[in-house]
Every structure is written in C-alpha cells, then in structure tokens.
Ligand binder design. Structure first.
Ligand SMILES: Nc1ncnc2c1ncn2[C@@H]1O[C@H](COP(=O)(O)OP(=O)(O)O)[C@@H](O)[C@H]1O
Ligand SMILES: CC(=O)OP(=O)(O)O
Ligand SMILES: [Mg+2]
Length: 299
C-alpha cells in the first residue's frame, strides 16, 4: 500500500491505499499522524470564526488547533495517573514550551483549544505573539511593511523574544527575579493569558474539572509558572502544594496539588514521539487484522 501526504486523496487521520504495480505482491504502509486530529472533536461554535461563511468555506478557514499529538498522550497519561478511564475525564491541558497552547477536554475529547487556523493564536510564546487585535496586522501593512515582514514579526520576533530579547524562559525567570522590569512584564503577560484561558475553560467545562495538567519545556521543567498560574484559585477547587511543585521539576512527573484540592494538578512530561509510534502501531495492527480477516474469508 502506498500513500503520499501530497496526494489529493490524502485526508486527515485516514490511510490511503494504492496498488504499487512495480512492487509485485509486496505491501508498503505509510501512516501520517497529524498534530491537529485530536482537535477534530471541537463543536462548530468552538472552531468557527465569525468571518463570512463563504470566505471560510473557500479557504478552509477555521480553528484547527495544534499540539494534538501531545494532548492525546497527556489525556491517556492523566487517565493512567488518576486510575480512571480517559472517557470519564474533564481536563485542562497546558502544553507550555517554545510553542505554547492550552486545551479543554470533556469526557476525554477536545472541546476547545487556544491555537487556531495556525499556531500563532492564543498564548504568548517563545517568539510568537499569540492573541492580538487583528487590526494591528492591517495597520502594520498600511505602514509599508510587507506581508513577509509582518509575518516574521508576529511569528519570529514577538513573544518572550520580542519583549525581553531572550526566547529562553529560564533566563527570563532569572532576570525577572533579579528585578529586570521587561522580564517581569513578559512573565506577567504570559501568566495573565494562561489564567484567562484557565478561567474560560473552567466555564466551558461547567466547573467540573478533574485535573489541570502542565507539560512541555516550561510546564514540566520549572515550578514558577505552575505556581503563579494556579495562585489564588482555591475558590475553583485548585490549590498547588509548594513542596511537591518545587520537587517535580526537570522532567519528573507527578501530582502537585495540595491535600484537599478538589482539582488534581498534574505534571506530565510529554512524549510526542511515543504517541506517534503508538498511533502508528494501532493503524498497523488494524491493517494486519483486516488483512488476516480477508485471508480467512478467502480460505
Ligand atoms: N527549568 C525550566 N524552567 C522554565 N522554563 C524552562 C525550563 N527548562 C526549559 N524551559 C523552557 O522550555 C521552552 C522549550 O520548551 P520545549 O517544549 O522544549 O520546546 P519545543 O516547542 O521546541 O519542543 C524554552 O522556553 C525553555 O526556556
Ligand atoms: C505547534 C507548535 O507550536 O509546535 P512547537 O511547540 O513544536 O513549536
Ligand atoms: Mg515541542
């Protein structure tokens, strides 16, 4: 079997089979695992932009969401850590790395996420601006900047890099603690955005959240962002234990909620490669099962 991701018949999350005449009876299986697939369960009101419908249809403009491979892994791992089926779980997942996003999961399925048509939307990131007033784009184009220049500013010259000169959140945290005001402001903007979406997703999930999960470079290695993101949320049933939080760093996973916190707070080092391998194996096994079934019927 053969498929290429450029093929017109290629569709998300599906496998395409084409005979390969030059390979005789040999079969080849090509599996693509998409970073957007996890978000395909979002309802229309979450993925639709309030732009002219015909324009969106013509250009396939909608929210797609990214980091879905990581979110798929984190959902399964959270279920394992909580000892419950993932289909029962309501989660707020925070993938905070160079690219950062958040995802609301209801009953094990994505219902909303912060990234959009592209990974530019949502949280502030290493060098991406995240949410801005879209009129800033047309304004900058009006100043004579080219489309490529504006794109470069939004994706590569903004976020922590644009505000502090450093894309490395570790050094931004160190400088902020030493009193550097640009680093303090950048961290405050980053945290305010995370907390805005935490609030939004608490409402989206009707206040019934089993766990908040932190992952990726910032979320799994350092304790400061987790502490500040969850600060003062006792009213929502969320409390972080400072000792567990400070001990769960540099890629160690574990639960960091305080005793009595209704919502669990989990640190889960993500493993996108393992998730891709496991999803691939699932497709391979399905194909093998189907081939054996056909063989059995033929015999
Ligand atoms: N101990 C730490 N504390 C805070 N941030 C950290 C720590 N270690 C790594 N990071 C940050 O994690 C980010 C990279 O995250 P990562 O998930 O590896 O990115 P990528 O999207 O490239 O996979 C960088 O901003 C880096 O500074
Ligand atoms: C989608 C995205 O931001 O990916 P990364 O985290 O690898 O930058
Ligand atoms: Mg990454």
């Amino acid at each position: 079997m053969h498929a290429s991701a450029g093929s017109e018949r290629w569709r998300e999350g599906q496998l395409y089979e084409e005979p390969m005449p030059d390979h005789g009876a040999a079969l080849r299986l090509v599996v693509a695992v998409f970073d957007t697939t996890f978000h395909q369960t979002m309802p229309p009101e979450a993925y639709t932009y309030a732009l002219p419908t015909a324009l969106c249809r013509e250009h396939a403009i909608r929210r797609y969401g990214f980091h879905g491979i990581s979110y798929s892994y984190l959902t399964r791992e959270a279920a394992r850590m909580l000892g419950r089926p993932h289909q029962e779980l309501n989660l707020i997942l925070c993938h905070l790395g160079a690219g950062s996003s958040m995802c609301a999961v209801a009953g094990g399925r994505c219902v909303d996420t912060t990234m959009g048509f592209t990974p530019l939307k949502g949280l502030m990131m290493g060098s991406r601006c995240g949410d801005i007033d879209p009129a800033i784009v047309t304004y900058l184009l009006g100043t004579g900047m080219s489309v490529a220049q504006v794109d470069d500013v939004l994706n590569k010259q903004s976020g922590f890099k644009g505000m502090t000169g450093s894309i490395d959140v570790r050094s931004v945290e160190d400088c902020a603690l030493r009193g550097e005001e640009d680093c303090q402001l950048a961290l405050a903007v980053f945290l305010r955005r995370i907390r805005k979406y935490l609030g939004a997703y608490l409402v989206t999930l009707g206040g019934r959240v089993d766990a908040i999960v932190f992952s990726a470079g910032i979320g799994e290695n350092g304790s400061l962002v987790r502490e500040l993101a969850c600060e003062g949320l006792e009213w929502a049933g969320v409390a972080v234990d400072p000792t567990s939080n400070e001990a769960t760093v540099r890629g160690r996973g574990g639960a960091i909620q305080a005793p009595g916190s209704r919502v669990k707070v989990l640190v889960i080092p993500t493993d996108e490669q393992l998730e891709i391998a496991e999803q691939t194996m699932r497709v391979v096994r399905q194909q093998q099962g189907a081939a054996q079934g056909e063989g059995g019927r033929a015999a």
